[in-house]
Design a protein around this ligand. Structure first.
Ligand SMILES: *[C@@H]1O[C@H](CO)[C@@H](O)[C@H](O)[C@H]1NC(C)=O
Ligand SMILES: *[C@@H]1O[C@H](CO)[C@@H](O)[C@H](O)[C@H]1NC(C)=O
Ligand SMILES: *[C@@H]1O[C@H](CO)[C@@H](O)[C@H](O)[C@H]1NC(C)=O
Ligand SMILES: *[C@@H]1O[C@H](CO)[C@@H](O)[C@H](O)[C@H]1NC(C)=O
Ligand SMILES: *[C@@H]1O[C@H](CO)[C@@H](O)[C@H](O)[C@H]1NC(C)=O
Ligand SMILES: *[C@@H]1O[C@H](CO)[C@@H](O)[C@H](O)[C@H]1NC(C)=O
Ligand SMILES: *[C@@H]1O[C@H](CO)[C@@H](O)[C@H](O)[C@H]1NC(C)=O
Length: 394
């Protein structure tokens, strides 16, 4: 019996892994084999494109495009496009990838230089590794917002996994999921200065079934922003700060009809972020933001830990209209910590389209300073349960 068990465990320990790992060879396409030089100076863009073509047209299952560690590869804007032959494609990035430091030296493949690394139409895509993707955005940050590129965009793709990678100093947003479905983002770090403009950590638009967890995000704009056309997003175990919090919106800019629903955000730590749990919409917009839960939030020194702002604007178009994005069924539950602004809870909704179904449950946010943290509410319908600090009336 004992011998039998030993034999079984020897089998499990020795034979099983070799059975798994000696299974059909998954082809690996190394960028170095396609001419990339990892000195941080030589342009590796064409080598990456050739490596991608080989990977994407490879017919056996699970080909891998490999970016080896100990190297830094200089990339100009690049589009890696599918559909690929294999239903599962991996990009393993263990080396570093860096952008040209001078904005004027960026070589763009089309007129709008609005993306640096763009993956499009790739289903079953895994991007992982321990490399750093460095947008070296410092010199871009004084350039007009509309001209600055997003560092890493995945668009029109399905079944995506993005794990392990580190993102740094994007010219604009760091990661953008656009019109994609079923994505899992985990164990990512994003790091840019608190003063860098519009450098959102992860921006999600037009996408559903996106799960983001175990990420550390410090940046100059929203740590995570969720805009029009998103539904079924779960976001958990995020440390955010510096940054502008985790935001739904902005929605309804220039009268647009924007809709976001079924968003679950839990186990979040906000450290020194301007906002925490935030919904922001423009006057004059249409659509709705509904079925949103923020729960188990810890806030340390945020200015507006809980905020719904139906009067979001850019300082120019700030008048009240008779239409607005409807905000309904929003729960803030178990939110504890400190704030350093005047209003720890700010729910500012419009008379024409009040916020409805708002739940505040077990809120305990105290001022980290001498003043008392206060609550401000306007045109909000809902209920308050459990701890209610600062005292809020709905
Ligand atoms: C890659 O980037 C990280 C983070 O900036 C840095 O610590 C590491 O030394 C870089 N590796 C190489 C090979 O340059
Ligand atoms: C990244 O992972 C590779 C492969 O596992 C390893 O060889 C390398 O040392 C790692 N690099 C860092 C900076 O941890
Ligand atoms: C995504 O994955 C699911 C489950 O594995 C699969 O059923 C579906 O066909 C995949 N979608 C695409 C477009 O590959
Ligand atoms: C997270 O990613 C890093 C590489 O950036 C890796 O070293 C680490 O093991 C990962 N952690 C988990 C829990 O997977
Ligand atoms: C808080 O963030 C501000 C703005 O990013 C920064 O200047 C300040 O040093 C941060 N404070 C702490 C304690 O991290
Ligand atoms: C997302 O959160 C909702 C609400 O708690 C839960 O029902 C659902 O199972 C979660 N999905 C995943 C994949 O974690
Ligand atoms: C809000 O919640 C209520 C009760 O759960 C539900 O009947 C209603 O359809 C929800 N509203 C929206 C816009 O989803």
């Amino acid at each position: 019996m004992v011998i039998m068990k030993m034999l079984v465990s020897i089998f499990v320990a020795l034979l099983l892994p070799s059975l798994i790992f000696s299974a059909p060879d998954f082809p690996v396409f190394n960028v170095v084999d396609y001419g990339a030089v990892g000195d941080g100076l030589t342009d590796a863009t064409n080598a990456f494109i050739k490596t991608w073509e080989a990977t994407c047209t490879s017919s056996p299952s699970s080909p891998t495009m490999y970016v080896p560690s100990g190297n830094t590869f200089l990339l100009h804007p690049i589009k890696l496009e599918g559909p690929c032959v294999s239903p599962a494609v991996t990009i393993q990035i263990n080396g570093n990838i860096t952008a040209p430091i001078e904005p004027s030296r960026w070589r763009c493949y089309d007129k709008r230089c609005d993306k640096w690394i763009h993956l499009k139409h790739v289903n079953g895509l895994t991007v992982h590794g321990n490399g750093t993707i460095n947008g070296r955005g410092h010199k871009w940050w004084n350039v007009n917002d509309r001209l600055r590129p997003t560092a890493f965009e995945i668009s029109r793709s399905e079944n995506i996994s993005l794990t392990g990678l580190n993102f740094k100093d994007s010219p604009r947003m760091h990661i953008h999921f656009e019109k994609s479905k079923s994505a899992r983002v985990t164990n990512i770090t994003i790091d840019a200065p608190g003063e860098s403009p519009n450098t959102d950590g992860i921006h999600v638009s037009g996408s559903r079934d996106v799960f983001i967890d175990y990420c550390q995000i410090g940046t100059g704009d929203d740590c995570i922003s969720i805009v029009d056309g998103c539904s079924h997003l779960n976001i958990s175990n995020i440390v955010c700060g510096p940054g502008h919090g985790i935001s739904i919106g902005s929605l309804g800019k220039h009268g647009s009809n924007d809709n976001v629903e079924d968003i679950f955000i839990r186990n979040i730590v906000f450290i020194n972020s301007t906002n925490g749990a935030r919904i922001k919409t423009w006057q004059g917009g249409k659509g709705h933001a509904s079925n949103i839960i923020f729960e188990r939030i810890r806030t340390q020194d945020s200015y507006n830990p809980i905020i719904i702002d139906q009067f979001y604007c850019d300082g120019e178009h700030c008048t009240e209209h008779d239409s607005a994005v409807q905000v309904s069924n929003v729960t803030f539950r178990h939110v504890h910590g400190t704030s350093q602004g005047e209003f720890a809870v700010k729910l500012d909704c419009s008379a024409s389209i009040p916020c409805t179904g708002i739940v505040l449950e077990d809120i305990d946010i105290r001022s980290g300073y001498e003043d008392q943290a206060r609550a401000y509410t306007s045109n909000v319908q809902g209920i308050v349960m459990g701890l209610n600090i600062p005292q809020t009336h709905l």
